[in-house]
Design a protein around this ligand. Structure first.
Ligand SMILES: C[S@@+](CC[C@H](N)C(=O)[O-])C[C@H]1O[C@@H](n2cnc3c(N)ncnc32)[C@H](O)[C@@H]1O
Length: 436
């Protein structure tokens, strides 16, 4: 159903939450259909949707406490409205009476007018009993950190000393980080332009081309954006292009390439790479091609399964192979709170198999003395240093490339950045192929 510009943002958010939580669609996929061009409600819809998904485990626990009996499964929309209602009270500066009346009014728009008294009563009780509810659940990590129990357990096992800070960082509103297009401009020129445009920013310390934008609204209208001098990319992702030494003419494979953040970054650092970008999802490949065009960069882009060598490889080996592997995304939850709802423990096992298959197959397309870079936006060790360990044990001709402190904590194999206030969680490992 197309978005209706006259609907209250809360009603629109109910439809978004249903699409994500019940129909297992990603927030990025569903959001555009619900936002109207230049509509002043877009920011509120975005905040309500991302916030409700982010704090779902906490807020749904409170709602369950306040309902005298559980709602029927067919009334999941009413349940979403209740979560959106308490989200506004707990996290937004909307006056309580306005939040209650607007949320109650949405009950008519979702076609459940009967629920108006229920919504009114639950929200008013929440306003009165918020402190008691917080006290009651103050030792329950699922409620405090609002993550599924299995993810919390995994983080406790992987990061016994850091799991709380990882969860706290994953619940932060994400910052907007830009990558400067080093082939066209310099960081000093971009800083000057941002000052001239009165856009607040700070310069990242680990990536040489990273800038955090504090004032998000103006940047999309700036000349910097329109001229392709900057792109959106997290600092941890930007570091991938700092791993290898790039030379003109180098034959590079970006095996899991879409939407092309790292493909474009590699080409901005060295525009004369002979780069093949593979991606198995054709709609995501379209975004990669749009990004190459926007930035006026050249690469061969092919829709293919990188593990099916017969379908794409001409037998000419690569100097550099990048595997930005499909993974849980557990390092990027602040930007994608829907990940908490969409991932299941069984997905990790599937990821591990896929990652190993990519490592196995793509090691064979690498030249002797060439480099293979493996990275994920995950903080689960099974997808990261444990995969690197498996790889090193299997391939005796693989040597480990040393990475510096910018790449985060030194792990037995590779390095790990944990999510922080300003950047995502990311894992990096580099291997050289030694002669046998
Ligand atoms: C982490 S994302 C890549 C992000 C990208 N490198 C960037 O910087 O914008 C992983 C991508 O790999 C793709 N993918 C997963 N398995 C693949 C395979 N066997 N062959 C090619 N692409 C694959 C997924 O569809 C997804 O687009």
């Amino acid at each position: 159903m197309p978005a209706n510009p006259h609907q209250d943002p809360r009603t629109v958010t109910v439809r978004i939450l249903t699409a994500v939580i019940q129909n297992k669609r990603s927030l990025n996929d569903v959001l555009p259909a619900f936002l109207q061009q230049e509509n002043q409600n877009n920011a509120l819809i975005h905040e309500l949707a991302a916030g409700s998904l982010r704090w779902w485990w906490r807020l749904s626990t409170y709602v369950d406490q306040l309902l005298s009996k559980p709602l029927k499964p067919k009334d999941f929309d009413v349940y979403c409205l209740l979560v959106i209602g308490v989200y506004q009270i707990q996290f937004m500066r909307i006056p309580d009476h306005a939040a209650v009346s607007q949320t109650v009014n949405s009950s008519r728009e979702i076609g459940k007018h009967w629920s108006r008294n229920l919504i009114n009563a639950v929200m008013r009780r929440f306003i009165r009993e918020q402190d008691e509810l917080e006290q009651k659940f103050k030792t329950n990590p699922v409620v405090i950190y609002s993550h599924p129990g299995w993810m919390i357990k995994q983080l406790q096992a992987d990061w016994p000393d850091q799991w709380k800070t990882v969860l706290e960082a994953s619940n932060k509103q994400p910052s907007l980080t830009l990558r400067i297009n080093a082939s066209k401009t310099t960081i000093d020129d971009v800083c000057q332009q941002l000052r001239d445009d009165e856009i607040e920013f700070s310069v990242m310390t680990d990536s040489p081309v990273g800038i955090v934008i504090l004032d998000k609204s103006k940047i999309w209208h700036s000349a910097l954006w329109k001229q392709g001098l900057v792109s959106v990319q997290d600092e941890s992702a930007q570091l991938v292009a700092c791993m290898p030494e790039l030379r003109p003419g180098m034959r590079v494979l970006d095996a899991c390439a879409a939407p092309g953040g790292k493909t474009c970054h590699l080409l901005e650092v060295e525009p004369d790479l002979n780069l093949l970008a593979l991606e198995k999802d054709s709609s995501r490949m379209q975004r990669l091609e749009e990004n190459l065009a926007r930035l006026n960069l050249n690469a061969e882009a092919r829709v293919a399964d990188a593990t099916d060598l017969d379908s794409w490889w001409n037998g000419e080996a690569f100097d550099l192979v990048l595997i930005d592997a499909p993974c849980s995304g557990s390092g990027v939850i602040s930007k994608h709170p829907d990940i908490k709802h969409l991932r299941r423990p069984a997905d990790i096992q599937q990821n591990i198999q896929n990652q190993r298959q990519l490592l196995d197959k793509l090691w064979s397309v690498l030249k002797t003395e060439g480099q293979l870079l493996y990275c994920t936006c995950s903080v689960f060790r099974q997808e990261n240093d444990q995969q690197a360990q498996w790889f090193i044990n299997k391939y005796t001709n693989a040597g480990v490339i040393a990475l510096d402190g910018r790449f985060g904590l030194q792990m037995p194999y590779g390095r790990q950045r944990l999510p922080s206030e300003s950047s995502d969680g990311f894992y990096y490992a580099g291997f050289t192929k030694n002669p046998h």
